[in-house]
Design a protein around this ligand. Structure first.
Ligand SMILES: [Zn+2]
Length: 453
C-alpha cells in the first residue's frame, strides 16, 4: 500500500507539472465499496412510497393521527430505525426530540410541538469524541405552506434525502466506525429551518466535536422544468465562501493568507467531491461556491452559523413544476412532487456519494493541528509544519495538498511521514493544506496552511 501511495505521489507531481489530464488511481476501501454496492433501490422506493402515503407532512398537520400527518411520519421513521438495531452490535439507537415552535404572527400562525427523529451510530473508539451529522427533512408542503389538509406527496422534497439517510443508517450501523454518526431526520424545515436550528443549538450547548454536516435536500430529480434538461450524472454541493461566524481576527488571517476560497465548509465540499467520485462511477460532483440557492434556505445553514463545516447536497437541476406544487395537470404539464418524478438510479448514486464520504471520514484520523506555513523568509521553497492530532488513532502519514492559486481543486498531494515538509515550489505561487491519513489511506478533512502570526 505504501509503495502504491508513493507511486501515486510521484505520478501526481509529474503529471501536475506537465498536464492537467493526469491519470488517477482509485484506491477503494473494500468495506466502503461493498456498503456502496449494497445500497438498495427497492428499500428507498418502498420508503418514499410509505412517506407519500402519509398524505401531508406539513408542520401544521396532525401529530396524533395514526396513519396521516407529521406525527405518524415521525413514528414511522422512529420504528424503521429500530428495525436496524439488532444488526448494529448495539451501536445504533434512536430518539425523538420534541420542540415547540411558531405562535401568532409567525409563518406557522399558531404554536405547534413537533419532533426530530435522531438516529445515533455510536463510534467504537471511546477516546474519540468526533461526530459527523447527516441531515434531511421529513416535513413537507404543497402549493400553500399553511395547507395541512390537501395531498402533499413530498417524494423528492425531501423524501429523497430521507431515503438516502435511512439506507445509510441501515448500512453504516453494521460497520465498525471509530467516529459517532448523528443521522438527523428533521421537521420544521419548510417553516424556517426550525428542526435544524434546534439540533444546531443542542450541538453547541453540549459542546459536540462536530467535524462535518452534510444536508441532503432534493437529491432524486434528474429533470429540469422549462429547459427539459436531463441530468443524472451530476450532483451539486453548496458551501459557504467566507464562514458566517467570521470574527475580525479570523478576517485578518483570511485576508493575509488569501484564503477566501478555503473555508472549512469548502474543504468539506472538496472532500465529498474527491471521495464520492472515487467510490461512485458515472458521476461528477459540481462544487457550487455559494452557501445555498438564491432566496432559498436549507438545514445546513443553522449549523454553519454556529461555526460548523456544513454543506448542502442537491440535485443538479430542479424541477419547479414538482416542488411546492399541488398535484394536478394543466396544459399537459404534470405538477406536484410525486414518486414518478424520482430517478432512482440517480438517488442510488447520490446516496453512495454520501455513504462513502461519511465512512471514509469516520475511518480517518483526526485533522492535523496548527498547520503553519513559513512566510517570513525570502525563498523559492515552501516550508510547512504541523502537530499530530491529540485524540483518536495516530496517523500513519500525512498528505500535503497543493494547488495553484487560480485553481479550484487540490491538484496534487505529497505523502509525508513526519510533521513537516519542505517543497521546491514558491510559497507565493501555491496554496497548501494538510490531511492526516491512516495506514489504509483514509484521509481526514484538509486543513488550510496559514502563515503570519
Ligand atoms: Zn426541502
Amino acid at each position: 500500500m505504501k509503495a502504491l501511495h508513493s507511486l501515486c505521489i510521484i505520478l501526481g507531481i509529474f503529471f501536475c507539472a506537465n498536464s492537467m489530464k493526469s491519470q488517477t488511481i482509485k484506491n477503494r476501501d473494500s468495506i466502503i465499496e461493498s456498503a456502496v454496492n449494497d445500497i438498495s433501490v427497492d428499500n428507498m422506493k418502498a420508503l418514499i412510497q410509505d412517506l407519500v402515503g402519509f398524505h401531508n407532512r406539513n408542520n401544521l398537520s396532525s401529530m396524533t393521527h395514526p396513519t396521516q400527518g407529521i406525527g405518524a411520519t415521525a413514528e414511522y421513521l422512529y420504528q424503521k430505525v429500530n428495525t436496524y438495531i439488532p444488526s448494529s452490535n448495539e451501536r445504533l439507537s434512536v430518539e425523538k426530540a420534541f420542540y415547540t415552535i411558531g405562535g401568532p404572527g409567525t409563518r406557522l400562525g399558531r404554536e405547534v410541538t413537533v419532533c426530530n427523529v435522531i438516529a445515533t451510530i455510536q463510534g467504537s473508539n471511546p477516546d474519540d469524541d468526533r461526530k459527523i451529522a447527516l441531515l434531511a427533512h421529513f416535513d413537507n408542503r404543497n402549493g400553500n405552506g399553511s395547507d395541512s389538509i390537501r395531498y402533499a406527496p413530498g417524494a423528492n422534497d425531501d423524501g429523497s434525502g430521507v431515503a438516502c439517510l435511512m439506507e445509510i443508517t441501515r448500512l453504516l450501523s453494521r460497520i465498525d466506525l471509530p467516529v459517532t454518526l448523528k443521522i438527523m431526520f428533521l421537521s420544521g424545515e419548510e417553516h424556517g429551518l426550525y428542526g435544524a436550528q434546534y439540533m444546531a443549538n443542542k450541538a453547541k450547548q453540549e459542546n459536540w466535536n462536530l467535524i462535518a454536516v452534510l444536508n441532503n435536500d432534493m437529491i432524486g430529480n434528474g429533470n429540469a422544468s422549462e429547459t427539459n434538461t436531463h441530468n443524472n450524472t451530476m450532483l451539486r454541493v453548496f458551501s459557504e465562501n467566507i464562514p458566517a461566524i467570521e470574527t475580525d481576527e479570523m478576517k485578518r488571517i483570511r485576508v493575509y493568507n488569501s484564503a477566501e476560497n478555503d473555508s472549512p465548509s469548502r474543504q468539506l465540499a472538496r472532500y465529498i467531491k474527491e471521495t464520492g467520485e472515487r467510490y461512485v462511477d458515472n458521476t461528477t460532483i459540481k462544487l457550487i461556491y455559494r452557501n445555498d440557492r438564491f432566496g432559498r434556505g436549507g438545514d445546513h445553514t443553522p449549523f454553519s452559523r454556529k461555526g460548523y463545516a456544513a454543506v448542502r447536497i442537491c440535485e443538479m437541476h430542479e424541477n419547479y413544476d414538482r416542488t411546492h406544487q399541488y398535484v394536478r395537470e394543466e396544459n399537459g404539464i404534470r405538477y406536484g412532487d410525486e414518486i414518478e418524478g424520482i430517478d432512482f438510479e440517480y438517488l442510488r448514486k447520490n446516496t453512495g456519494i454520501n455513504l462513502s464520504s461519511v465512512a471514509n471520514l469516520a475511518l480517518a484520523p483526526s485533522v492535523p493541528e496548527n498547520v503553519r506555513q513559513e512566510v517570513s523568509k525570502l525563498t523559492n521553497y515552501s516550508a510547512l509544519r504541523w502537530d499530530s492530532p491529540k485524540q483518536g488513532k495516530k496517523p500513519a502519514c500525512y498528505y500535503v495538498l497543493i494547488r495553484e492559486t487560480d485553481q479550484s481543486q487540490w491538484q496534487t498531494k505529497i505523502r509525508v511521514e513526519g510533521t513537516e515538509a519542505r517543497i521546491p515550489y514558491s510559497k507565493d505561487n501555491y496554496f497548501y493544506a494538510v490531511q492526516s491519513v491512516d495506514a489504509e489511506g483514509h484521509e481526514s478533512l484538509a486543513v488550510f496552511a496559514t502563515g503570519g502570526d
